[in-house]
Design a protein around this ligand. Structure first.
Ligand SMILES: [Fe+2]
Length: 284
């Protein structure tokens, strides 16, 4: 692990083995200032995940830090109050306490909002309030590395294809219309291409159902291979921030409260940059 001291800001960035980086030298309870925020945005674009350990971060300061990476994603505020941190409707409260409505959130590979939203989330931030040791890790799969591992002819084929988002209640498009996302996108900061496909995608635009299913099986098979998965083992007071666009993530397990104790997170999220295209609905 090589350490790079940043002369402009004083924080340290220690890249992990394949992707992700640990940040040290910051106290997120204090305002970080625009020059540091700009450096962190660049670091997030390059490394995909930033990990800041040991942050005792009250909700208001968490919100201030999260907003360095974009405006609040509006979906959390629309949820019932029982899903939110009291007094902070923009922060989701994830807890395994019996009766919690968020106990099983995040189990299955996904990217926040990618399965259904016209504009999937930008960055997601999790602040670990409490966690038992050895259980409840979060897994991240790099969709840059998945794409780069594909044979050139498959990458070429995917570049022209779009997949349909599943229909949602209160859709933003009129009846009979659909939304689709391209299979491959380029990062607006780095220009690097990545696979952009929800594991829940069921149809590819312009292909028969059978051809769709066959190609999606191949794509999904590449998406979460062990070689491009990072496993984050949580410590209390961790802040983990990631870009949703080129990552999928998943909960390793649902932590049993009675057996292991409390696992609780405060989650913020920002608006993304990649809108779906409006098109005809899938013909099934
Ligand atoms: Fe998630």
């Amino acid at each position: 692990m090589s350490r790079v001291q940043s002369p402009q800001t004083g924080f340290e960035l220690a890249p992990l083995e394949r992707f992700g980086a640990q940040v040290s030298g910051l106290d997120l309870r204090q305002p970080i200032g625009e020059p540091v925020a700009a450096q962190l945005r660049r670091a997030l674009a390059e490394h995909q995940i930033l990990i800041v350990r040991g942050q005792s971060l009250p909700p208001a300061e968490q919100t201030r830090f999260a907003r360095c990476f974009g405006e609040d994603e509006p979906g959390i505020a629309r949820r019932p109050a029982s899903h939110q941190v009291p007094g902070h409707p923009n922060i989701l409260y994830l807890s395994n306490r019996p009766g919690s409505p968020t106990t099983e959130y995040g189990v299955a590979w996904h990217s926040d909002g990618l399965a259904y939203a016209r504009v999937p989330h930008g960055a997601t931030l999790l602040h670990c309030i409490a966690c038992p040791p050895e259980v409840g890790a979060t897994l991240f799969a790099s969709q840059y590395l998945a794409y780069e591992a594909m044979p050139a002819d498959l990458r070429r084929r995917l570049r022209d294809l779009y997949w349909y988002l599943p229909p949602i209640a209160f859709s933003e498009v009129p009846p009979g219309r659909g939304l689709a996302q391209p299979m491959v996108r380029a990062h607006p900061v780095t220009g690097r291409e990545f696979l952009f496909c929800s594991p829940g995608a069921q149809r590819i635009r312009g292909l028969s159902r059978q051809d769709s299913e066959e190609l999606l099986r191949i794509v999904h098979d590449y998406q979460v291979r062990e070689r491009w998965v990072y496993r984050h083992r949580w410590r209390e007071l961790d802040v983990v921030l990631w870009e949703n666009c080129a990552l999928l993530h998943n909960r390793d397990d649902v932590v049993d409260f009675e057996r292991h104790g409390l696992r609780a997170m405060h989650r913020s999220a920002t608006c993304g940059n990649f809108a779906a295209i409006e098109c005809e609905a899938a013909d099934d």
